[in-house]
Ligand binder design. Structure first.
Ligand code: PLP
Length: 496
């Protein structure tokens, strides 16, 4: 199994090269040359999460031995890193066929842990395979959750450094403290004056800067990425869709083969793209519903076939989805164009130049065969949090609430009442202030942890241990830069 770039199909790489490199030289994203399929009966064999992960990863990581894959998987998903060693529990959310796929029981309480606990292990295995002596520098742009998950995944991992950039006013207070208080001798965190798109473009620019690359190489280092542009981030996310579908069938909630719709709160289009790959591999997923907040560039794209980022940017209650340039869409465009790298390059040039592009009629039809798009504003997000808690006793975070709203709207608009998997991406305690506000509970005082205590007292829902442990931790990092001084910050921090 080899990988090709979405912008150059003649460029072929092995899985380990792709994981180490992160992004292709010419700016394209790596995709598998061929999507592996599930064999008849293969999915029906009951497997626990680790065994399922080994099965799925084994199909994609042709250059890894089964023992290497097993070590990475067990290292990431066992040993108490995830609550009760269950990385992706399913929760029945009522009698109307709605299920929550809870992906926030890991060390940083957001779904990014599912990939970022295993990525450092895949990278270390890849480096060992290639006998790379260079230190790997992971540059991360984060809308809040990736940063902490990458810091936690790579902290003190041998042969790596991690540098995280987050939008100064674009993440929750809890997310900020989680990152700024990170332990580890190989980590650094910097706020940037700007939004996530600024951070992401800055990181991409540094990555592809030839001068920077040679400077790094002269110091025995190389860049890689822990953002979902790295295939090693996306691949582990396919696993939980397979696992969730199989679990629903095993528990008799559905008959095997019956379609299950998936609703995903979306930002960079990574999580929902993993669902798309799972579907293409043969998992009987139905409609893929892309849920957005008021930054609804993806809703418009799915409905009209025109992607247009020339629009105001709105900070919202679901900050991890405040994104106008969804990087992973490039991989979908590649698939929808029947792997036409020239067409993808043209669309991406248009995006870089005019901030917009239009799909051909054929590509738009293919998109609409699979995806639906819905969005909601902050008021609706709060209403959903309040009603779902009142009527079902389930506490949703602000991102999952956006997906819940999209699920309701999709059912209402189409009459499709098939079972739905609503992907729950973060613990409500990461956004405790907003959740208290949604429930109409006043938070007394100014204390940083007051929203947590108030939410816990009002709902009885347990505070995840990793968040509780932040009490009494002091921030270690206070650097701030602009998008123009990001490169200088990188040089300074790495001692170049
Ligand atoms: C990152 C994130 C998202 C968006 O996921 P993408 O893969 O970027 O589409 C949604 N919710 C939460 C809580 C997140 O951290």
């Amino acid at each position: 199994m080899n990988y090709i770039s979405t912008r150059d199909t003649s460029c072929r790489r092995s899985a380990d090269e792709v994981i180490l490199q992160g992004i292709s030289e010419e700016g394209g994203l790596f995709v598998p040359e061929e999507l592996p399929l599930f064999q008849p009966g293969e999915m029906e064999v009951p497997l626990d999460y680790c065994a399922r992960a080994e099965q799925v990863l084994g199909k994609f990581l042709g250059s890894f031995t089964p023992e290497e894959i097993r070590a990475c998987v067990r290292g990431a998903y066992t040993g108490g890193r995830f609550e009760n060693d269950t990385p992706a529990p399913l929760r029945q959310a009522g009698t109307d066929g709605t299920y929550l796929l809870e992906l926030w029981h890991g060390p940083t309480c957001a779904f990014k842990d599912l990939a970022l606990q295993i990525l450092p292990r895949l990278m270390a295995a890849s480096a060992a395979k290639r006998e790379t002596k260079e230190e790997i520098v992971i540059l991360v742009a984060t809308s809040g959750d990736t940063g902490k998950a990458a810091l936690e995944g790579f902290a003190d991992a041998e042969g790596t450094r991690v540098l995280v950039f987050y939008p100064q006013n674009g993440v929750s207070e809890m997310q900020k403290l989680q990152m700024r208080a990170q332990d580890g001798n190989n980590v650094a965190v910097c706020a940037i004056e700007g939004n996530f798109d600024d951070a992401q473009s800055g990181v991409k620019r540094i990555f592809t800067d030839e001068g920077m690359k040679s400077l790094l190489s002269a110091h025995g280092m190389r860049f890689s990425s822990a953002n979902s542009i790295n295939w090693g981030r996306l691949l582990p996310q396919i696993v939980y869709y397979v696992h969730a579908y199989a679990a629903l069938a095993e528990e008799g909630k559905i008959a095997f083969g019956e379609p299950v719709n998936v609703v995903v709160p979306t930002g960079n289009f990574g999580n929902i793209l993993a669902a798309y790959y799972a579907k293409r591999m043969g998992v009987p997923l139905g409609r893929l519903v892309c849920a957005s907040n008021r930054n609804n560039v993806l809703t418009d794209f799915i409905r009209t076939g025109v992607y247009d980022r020339n629009r105001p940017f709105f900070p919202s209650l679901s900050p991890s989805m405040d994104i106008l340039i969804s990087s992973n869409l490039e991989r979908l465009l590649f698939a929808l164009s029947s792997r036409d790298a020239v067409a993808v390059r043209r669309l991406m040039l248009s995006l870089a130049g005019d901030g917009r592009y239009s799909l051909s009629g054929d590509m738009h039809d293919l998109l609409c065969d699979i995806f639906s798009g819905f969005y909601c504003d902050d008021e609706r997000t709060k209403t959903v949090i309040r009603t779902v808690f009142k009527e079902r006793g389930i506490l949703l975070d602000t991102h999952t609430a956006v997906a819940w709203a999209a699920c309701e709207d999709y059912r209402e608009a189409t009459g499709d009442s098939a079972p739905a998997l609503v992907v729950s991406t973060a613990s409500p305690y990461k956004f405790a202030g907003s959740v208290c506000d949604a429930l109409g509970i006043p938070v007394p005082g100014e204390d940083f942890f007051a929203p947590l205590d108030t939410l816990h007292a009002a709902t009885g829902c347990p505070v995840p241990a990793p968040i509780g442990r932040l009490r009494g931790k002091a921030p270690r990092f206070s650097d701030v830069c602009t998008k123009d001084t990001m490169a200088a910050y990188v040089s300074r921090t790495l001692g170049l």
